[in-house]
Design a protein around this ligand. Structure first.
Ligand SMILES: O=P(O)(O)OC[C@H]1O[C@H](O[C@H]2O[C@H](CO)[C@@H](O)[C@H](O)[C@H]2O)[C@H](O)[C@@H](O)[C@@H]1O
Ligand code: UDP
Length: 893
């Protein structure tokens, strides 16, 4: 057993959590030793030999943390964000000055020092000329920044338009802009195209700078197509995507016309991160409800490929703020501010002037507080720093006027000749000035209507270790989840509640302030920006390793030429084909779940008629359609072909040949079906209560299908149904419950396609009186896990490579286990009795299979026992067309 080879540690390391825990432990130990954190060349993980996994590869992963080998040790991190951390200002034809940009993302990533980071983004200016571009590129290179040059039109359509007028409000629950003219709908389309184009431009720059082993970390709603474009360029690139805003409920996201394209593009990343579990949950549920994909506790799964989805709450570089407070300039500033506001309590708001920040609501709550507490009028001041942002977007222009109007009115109402209650600044402050302001504040007021995280609240806490001021924090900011215990949480839409919170904060006893501050300070200083980036990147590295492991377990795609070549060289072939999702047309189209009516009425793919007929006509090829469908469905679809039909998972069998058409049953004699009625009641009950679910009753099985129901509700209903079945009607019956991805099927015990094929073969062999052994078998289907025994039916006794093998398995087994086939009650008894297998006659050389002449092929499933894969029924169409054509050409020569 492999476990015996491992020590306890490496067993733990074979799991993701195990590896990440170990890495954490090592880092912690190193920090406690006083030694510096070993720098990691995690880039070498991309060369981990996955064949050795899990015994050694997990250990290698950790070893690299333990034993850096002297090579360049920091992993290269390409941070790709719309905005560079610096904004460029042109000073001359070829000279530029760079200023640090304001905003949470920039502040957070400035704190990341663990990696050899390059930043790729837009410098915030239009540079039309080559001289300017060259000079700016050189200036930025010194700051390890790489520019993406976007022209004015693209910026207008992509940044002001699609990003800030559509995605930003939507992700913050402000809805889509109301379109009142067709022209605006057209501009929506052109903005979406510009968005894709801009994302492609970012991808081109990343591709030009990418080196093997780099981690590419894409940021925010501006770059949702970037993971897709990067993976199209190089599928091996490690790509993570992080959203800094909330991800809204799927009910909001589904209103967006390009909802599916955006989700699918993001899902191409290896790891998708959000600030909070809620946002991650909403994303997963958008993928399940809108795309119909499978949500798992790990993330989102699509055809065996997992995109890991998790929460990584951002932090700040708290020490940078604390150090700043020691600087003489800042101390001086603090002193001045204290003198200036002496005798008044200072309340502070620091926000970009954005509708999501709830600035009007904040000011109105302050007005209400003053109205209700005239005593405070000359004893408190609200300093509101409103940093101008996205000033080209009309909604932001409207907001600026609205806020000015409210501030003017309130200052007019409560101001005196010497003092006003609100100091409103339409500009940003530099870092030292901001730190000083945080330090002198008594109450910070964050009233965001929605906010991904809100770093201002963290920064305030970091600067308050001597003052222990109070934080009033909106419950709709991501930060409420981490600082909720220490802050006073408010609903910013409830002006009365916010006014009461101001009152509570201004009158809070020192002891309570101390307790609340301690709690928040502890959090802010231990959950830093640096840690945030480390966690994200380690998880990304690990996700890639895990994905390699998964891929290793996924069978390869079927090589058509190989299968066709073997087919042509063989003398007698057996083709076993499933029906549903194998020989039917695809009903799911990208971005939309299929058509329920179409799917309920199974129809042979029209393009299969010709190739199937031609294959069936070949006297050396036996075609069997083996399906869960009932007999009438198979009759209708395949009655005119020369083949064998095995309905209800092989419980009924017939040949379509003239004179032999009657169905016979291969059902084991004493199959107990007493449970059917009570199970039917249960399925009916759940169908009535689960919109868009349906159930089918066949003779030997019952199926409940909830593919088209709400996926979460469907899953809950299925869970309840199973619980009820197990404890109720089937608790003492011999039945199997088979769970599909969105179905529950109840069958008599032992009814599987693999069990049936045994008896079917006996029948076929007998009826055909085969003289030539079958030397080619291909079994193609989209089968439940339980029915996959049909693939393995031929496997266990396969000979070692290249050794011919003769056996009489079908007839032998028929002799040992299976009762002779019985006629169906309606069948012609005479012909049925003559259909009994005669093992003695058919034993010789029934199967003469070399390993290379056996092809088990799973369609649209990657977790399978089959040897090969096909993606969907379109692939089956191509395969059978090519096979039929090749066979026709071969036989004509
Ligand atoms: O670059 P701008 O368009 O001027 O906007 C500035 C940034 O605003 C957003 O910040 C978000 O990120 C913060 C850090 O994760 C988070 O605390 C805050 O809640 C978010 O609103 C935006 O997501 C960034 O891309 C912008 O750069
Ligand atoms: O005059 C200012 C006002 C704010 N900020 C910074 O802007 C960021 C705002 O981040 P937050 O997460 O609160 O909101 P965002 O603006 O990203 O939505 C914080 O790091 C502030 O320090 C700044 O640099 N100068």
């Amino acid at each position: 057993m492999s476990g015996n080879k491992c020590n306890g540690n490496s067993q733990v390391l074979s799991t993701r959590i195990g590896r990440l825990l170990r890495a954490r432990e090592l880092k912690k130990n190193n920090r406690n030793d006083g030694s510096s954190i070993p720098e990691i060349d995690v880039s070498r993980n991309s060369h981990v030999n996955v064949d050795q996994y899990p015994e050694t590869a997990a250990q290698n992963f950790i070893d690299e943390w333990e034993r850096p080998d002297g090579k360049p040790t920091k992993q290269r991190l390409l941070v790709v964000a719309n905005r560079l951390p610096v904004s460029a200002v042109r000073r001359g034809e070829d000279s530029w000055s760079l200023e640090i940009s304001a905003g949470g993302l920039v502040s957070a990533l400035l704190g990341v020092t663990e990696f050899e980071a390059r930043w790729i983004g837009w410098a915030g200016v239009n540079v039309p000329d080559e001289v300017g571009k060259k000079a700016l590129t050189a200036a930025l290179a010194e700051k390890k920044c790489i520019p993406v040059f976007l022209d004015e039109e693209i910026v207008h359509q992509y940044y002001n338009g699609y990003c800030n007028n559509i995605l930003w409000p939507l992700f913050h629950y402000l809805g889509l802009p109301q379109e009142d003219r067709l022209a605006t709908t057209r501009s929506f389309q052109s903005q979406f195209e510009a968005y894709q184009k801009a994302n492609q431009m970012f991808a081109d720059v990343v591709n030009n700078h990418y080196e093997e082993g780099d981690v590419v970390w894409c940021h925010d709603y501006h770059l949702m197509f970037l993971p897709k474009y990067l993976k199209e360029y190089n599928n091996k690139m490690k790509v993570g995507w992080f959203l800094h805003t909330p991800f809204p409920s799927s009910e909001i996201h589904r209103t967006l016309p390009s909802r599916s394209e955006l989700l699918r593009a993001v899902l191409m990343a290896d790891l998708v991160g959000f600030h909070t579990y809620d946002y991650a949950r909403h994303f997963v549920s958008a993928c399940t409800r809108i795309l119909g994909l499978e949500g798992t506790p790990e993330g989102v799964e699509d055809q065996g490929r997992l995109t890991r989805v998790a929460a990584f709450p951002i932090g700040i570089d708290s020490e940078r703020f604390m150090r700043a407070l020691e600087m003489p300039g800042v101390q001086e500033n603090i002193k001045e501010l204290k003198e200036r506001f002496c005798g008044r309590k200072v309340m502070l708001g620091v926000d970009r002037l954005d509708m999501i920040k709830g600035i009007p609501q904040k000011i109105l709550a302050f007005e209400k507080f003053l109205e209700e507490n005239p005593y405070w009028c000359d004893k408190v001041v609200l300093l509101q720093i409103a940093v101008p942002t996205r000033t080209d977007v009309p909604e932001y222009q409207k907001l600026t006027s609205q806020v000015h109007e409210i501030v003017g009115r309130i200052n007019g109402k409560f101001g005196t000749l010497t003092a006003v209650p609100i100091h409103h600044l339409d500009r940003s402050l530099d870092f030292p000035a901001l730190c000083a302001l945080y330090a002198v504040t008594d109450v910070a007021l964050v009233t965001s209507l929605r906010d991904g995280m809100n770093l201002v609240s963290y920064e305030f806490v970091a600067c308050q270790d001597s003052k222990r001021g109070v934080l009033i924090l909106s419950e709709f900011a991501g930060a409420a989840q981490s600082l909720g215990a220490g802050a006073i949480l408010v609903n910013p839409w409830n002006i009365t509640e916010v006014a009461a919170a101001i009152d509570q904060a201004l009158n809070m006893p020192a002891e309570e302030r101390e307790k609340r501050h301690r709690h928040n300070f502890e959090h802010v200083t231990t959950h830093t920006a640096q840690q945030w980036a480390e966690f994200f990147v380690s998880e990304l590295n690990d996700t890639v390793i895990e994905a390699q492991q998964r891929i290793r377990k996924v069978p390869p795609p079927l090589e058509f030429n190989d299968a066709i070549g073997r087919y042509l060289q063989s003398n007698k072939r057996l083709l076993i084909l499933g029906f549903n999702a194998t020989l039917t047309e695809i009903v799911d189209t990208p971005g939309r779940r299929g058509d329920q009516i179409k799917e309920m009425e199974l129809k042979l793919h029209p393009e299969l008629r010709k190739p199937l007929a031609s294959l069936c006509e070949d006297p050396n090829t036996i075609v069997v359609v083996l399906s869960g469908s009932e007999r009438s469905v198979l009759d209708e679809n395949f009655g005119d072909y020369k083949m064998w039909l095995a309905a209800e998972n092989g419980m009924f069998l017939r040949s379509t040949e003239k004179g032999k058409e009657q169905w016979m049953t291969t059902m084991p004699e004493h199959l107990n079906m007493d449970w059917v009625d009570s199970v039917k009641h249960v399925l009916e009950y759940f169908t009535e209560r689960t919109p868009r679910s349906h159930f089918e009753r066949r003779e030997t099985l019952l199926v409940w299908n909830y593919k088209y129901s709400d996926s979460e509700f469907g899953r809950l209903q299925a869970r309840d149904m199973l619980q009820h079945l197990w404890t109720g009607p089937i608790s003492n019956s011999s039945v199997d419950v088979v769970q599909g991805s969105r179905t529950v099927e109840v069958r008599a015990v032992g009814v599987t396609k693999g069990a049936a094929i045994d008896r079917i073969l006996g029948e076929i062999v007998h009826s055909k009186a085969i003289t030539t052994p079958i030397d080619f078998v291909m079994c193609v289907g989209h089968f439940f896990g339980k029915d996959e025994d049909v693939y393995t039916f031929f496997e266990p006794e396969l000979p070692p490579d290249n050794l011919a093998f003769s056996r009489c398995k079908a007839s032998e087994v028929a002799k040992r286990q299976a009762p002779p086939a019985r006629p169906h009650p309606n069948a012609d008894k005479k012909s049925a009795s003559s259909r009994r297998a005669s093992p003695e006659n058919t034993c010789l050389n029934v199967l003469d299979l070399k390993k290379d002449n056996y092809f088990s092929v799973a369609v649209g499933r990657t977790r399978t026992n089959a040897r090969y894969l096909l993606n969907n029924s379109d692939d089956v169409v191509s395969l059978l067309k090519e096979l039929a054509e090749a066979a026709a050409t071969y036989s004509s020569h």
